[in-house]
Design a protein around this ligand. Structure first.
Ligand SMILES: CC(C)(COP(=O)(O)OP(=O)(O)OC[C@H]1O[C@@H](n2cnc3c(N)ncnc32)[C@H](O)[C@@H]1OP(=O)(O)O)[C@@H](O)C(=O)NCCC(=O)NCCS
Length: 168
């Protein structure tokens, strides 16, 4: 990890970010979606703050993290949903953890109190990563959606969250 830096994502990172997103989707256990969006759609759906990339020593983007609002209601203003994706060739080196730690630090500083996400039960790497980073399992949503790219089969989703211990 000494050769990996976490920095804010910029529009210049778009090709690498979307390519890593697609590679994650291609693995079959990252998302119900099967095609990465165009940058304009990605950009519109993610909050502008709290987007980070991990870069290698030559500036190569190795992974990213970003959040979306979950509700327009003021009561949920501090609740966000995140996505974290690491290049398949760079997995298992602590990059996902470094990205999540950066996200947790920056969202806490901004007063965001809960980060949540849905993870397929088969996604052992994601479940282990999030558990290690302080997320808990809220519950398993059974057969909550159909996965078009997998014969339209019903899939369960593990709903996870991290409630900041620092925001009262
Ligand atoms: C999930 C993902 C982001 C993990 O990133 P990563 O950089 O490989 O993870 P790290 O190396 O930081 O590992 C973090 C922790 O998860 C554990 N972990 C990583 N891969 C694992 C695996 N395949 N099986 C079990 N545990 C695993 C590590 O041991 C580590 O735990 P520790 O801190 O207790 O040692 C990555 O596998 C990925 O991009 N997957 C495809 C996209 C995806 O599924 N995103 C999440 C959608 S919910």
């Amino acid at each position: 990890m000494s050769d990996v830096t976490i920095r804010p994502m910029t529009a210049a990172d778009a090709p690498a970010v979307l390519s890593i997103y697609q590679a994650g989707m291609d693995g079959g256990n990252a998302s119900f979606e099967h095609t990465a969006p165009a940058w304009a759609a990605f950009d519109a759906s993610k909050l502008p703050e709290h987007r980070y990339v991990a870069v290698g020593e030559h500036g190569t983007v190795l992974g990213w993290v970003a959040i979306s609002a979950v509700s327009a209601r003021p009561v949920y203003a501090g609740v966000v949903e995140h996505s974290v994706y690491v290049d398949p060739a760079a997995r298992g080196r602590g990059i996902g953890r470094a990205l999540l730690d950066a996200l947790i630090e920056s969202t806490e500083k901004a007063g965001i109190w809960t980060i949540q996400s849905g993870v397929f039960p088969e996604n052992a790497a994601s479940l282990a990563l999030h558990r290690a980073a302080g997320f808990r399992t809220v519950g398993v949503r059974e057969r909550v959606g159909r996965h078009l790219a997998q014969g339209n089969r019903w899939r369960d989703v593990v709903f996870i969250e991290r409630r900041s211990p620092f925001i009262d």
